[in-house]
Design a protein around this ligand. Structure first.
Ligand code: MG
Length: 386
């Protein structure tokens, strides 16, 4: 029997590294013949990697080469899961992640992304970016306000304008690229693209044939350039080859409800009411703690503050999260409404301050370090309630 000739992923490779500055790696990746993805997580403590892992898990769950709509849907579901996880755990409030994924299906590359992790195509000895960054500097370049060269060492080049976990609705950019024999796709976190130029990436692609070597060398180059961020690279090579199209591995999932019935522990009505009240109080505090607001500080400067207005139960009142360098009197005279803008999460707070600083010609908002966290006490289990 003659098998048809089809375009298939014949080789995949990946590498990741913590870099030389960060104390843990919040990047996560997926490199299989049916799906390639990179997620660059952000958020205090260990929350960034939790968000990144949720995004990767949702894509991995597709389990087969998927069409563009299925990939976008998986990313939207990951966004909801991240928001739920961050609302239910104060340690994870404000966590988020980028996601960039490619599903090679029926000879096409289905690309979907949110944030600034990039997908590139290596074809005819040239490197082409398949995604456009959702970032402040990319936006400024698109508007012609700064040049691509100025963007490279712009102080806010790592401030992104879209992320999973930032909002209940997320706009996923998606596209489709017909694949060709010999194509190589590369997805990377900004730990590579902000440190190693496209020309330098192209030089490695040109000189190295083995994809695992390419991945390792690119990570080494990012570290050699300073390693200021986690760096992750995934690669895949496509070839026309005799055989069946990549099998749609339809592993049967157990039907919903097939789980063995489990008996639930019974709670007394009093214990239940106490547990509900505690959960509401903690949920409300966590929500307030996760928001940030633009306010005028004692020196008349606009600052972004986070937290609750009063000191409650050992939690300090609002702390300054981000300075702007902008005089509140100027904003009040021109656009007082913008002083009531609020942000959710560290990324949005930085973005608010950055926008205001640009608008009022300060040019660069001074970034202050993350303030120490004070989290509400954990909920006692109901059987210990009085
Ligand atoms: Mg990064």
């Amino acid at each position: 029997m003659n098998l048809p000739t089809v375009l298939k992923v014949v080789e995949v490779a990946s590498a990741t590294d913590i870099g030389r500055v960060r104390d843990h790696n919040e990047d996560r990746a997926l490199a299989t013949p049916s799906l390639l993805a990179v997620a660059d997580g952000m958020g205090g403590a260990q929350a960034g990697e939790v968000a990144a892992q949720i995004a990767i898990d949702h894509l991995d769950r597709l389990g087969k080469p998927a069409d563009g709509a299925a990939v976008v849907e998986a990313i939207e579901e990951a966004n909801e899961a991240i928001i739920e996880a961050s609302a239910s755990d104060p340690d994870k409030s404000g966590m988020g992640t980028t996601i960039t994924a490619i599903s090679p299906q029926d000879g096409h590359l289905r690309v979907a992304h949110v944030g600034d992790s990039r997908a590139y195509l290596w074809r005819d000895e040239a490197l082409r970016q398949l995604t456009s960054d959702h970032s402040v500097v990319a936006e400024l370049v698109r508007q012609g306000k700064i040049t691509a060269e100025e963007a490279e060492d712009h102080p806010h080049r790592n401030v992104i304008t879209r992320a999973l976990g930032a909002d209940a609705r997320v706009a996923v950019d998606s596209g489709d690229q017909a694949g060709r024999d010999g194509d190589i796709v590369l997805i990377c976190s900004d730990g590579l693209s902000a440190q190693v130029s496209d020309e330098a990436i192209a030089a490695v692609m040109r000189s190295e044939d083995d994809l695992q070597s390419v991945a390792r060398i690119l990570v080494e180059q990012a570290n050699a350039a300073g390693g200021i961020d986690n760096v992750t690279v995934v690669l895949a090579r496509l070839e026309m080859t005799e055989g069946e199209a990549l099998a749609s591995t339809t592993a049967e999932l157990p039907a919903a409800g097939a789980d063995k019935p489990r008996s639930r522990p019974r709670l007394s009505p009093v214990a239940l009411s106490i547990a509900v009240l505690l959960a509401l109080a903690i949920g409300g505090t966590a929500w307030l703690w996760s928001r940030a607001f633009m306010v005028q500080d004692g020196d008349g400067q606009v600052v972004v503050k986070r937290g609750i207005p009063l000191s409650v139960g050992g939690i300090p009142p609002r702390v300054t999260w981000q300075e702007t360098g902008v005089d509140a009197a100027r904003v009040n005279a021109v656009e007082p409404a913008s002083l009531s803008d609020s942000a959710r999460g560290r990324g949005e707070a930085v973005l608010l301050a950055t926008r205001l600083a640009w608008q009022y010609g300060i040019g660069e908002a001074p970034i202050i370090p993350e303030p120490p966290r004070v989290d509400p006490a954990p909920v006692p289990p109901p059987d210990q309630a009085p």
